[in-house]
Design a protein. Structure first.
Length: 156
């Protein structure tokens, strides 16, 4: 089972982690230059959940400065593949990228893992002064849309 952790942001940085019991990956991410990464991630997850059995692929770009990351999400039938590639610089040369994490699970399980960590971020947003520490607001609309879509998926 996949566990996803996005810890409360501090000074524009956020610690994130992925662990599936076989492999794990932990890093920090920056709020810029990919300032809409959290909102985009929620839009990607919503789209993947809504895609049905057709193959659907999305790419999220994020960074740690100077390292860059590609988060690749692929739905195929009822499975979702997550691949995280790391680039040593912002040049994003495919020849220099390294696959640092890969996980395949059911769409429901993977989406639930992300939902749990976003729910925790949402619940702690005022205590942790999310907007001040992430230098942008919590993606409320995208979070609500993702949760609604996930609830519909579970009821199918």
């Amino acid at each position: 089972m996949l566990e996803v952790s996005f810890n409360s942001p501090q000074c524009g940085w956020m610690s994130i982690g992925f662990d599936d019991g076989v492999s794990e990956f932990h890093t920090t991410t920056a709020h810029a230059p990919h300032e809409f990464a959290l909102a985009e991630l929620l839009r990607i997850l919503k789209a993947i959940v809504a895609a049905g059995p057709a193959v659907d692929s999305h790419l999220l770009k994020w960074n740690r400065n100077p390292e860059e990351f590609d988060f690749r999400f692929v739905r195929n039938a009822d499975e979702m593949l997550i691949e995280i590639f790391q680039y040593p610089t912002d040049e994003r040369n495919p020849a220099n990228r390294e696959l640092v994490f890969s996980h395949t699970g059911t769409v429901s399980d993977v989406a639930a893992a992300f939902a749990a960590t976003f729910e925790q971020l949402y619940e702690d947003r005022e205590t942790d002064d999310f907007e001040f520490n992430w230098h942008q607001p919590f993606p409320l609309e995208e979070f609500a849309d993702f949760k609604s879509n996930l609830a519909e998926h579970r009821n199918r």
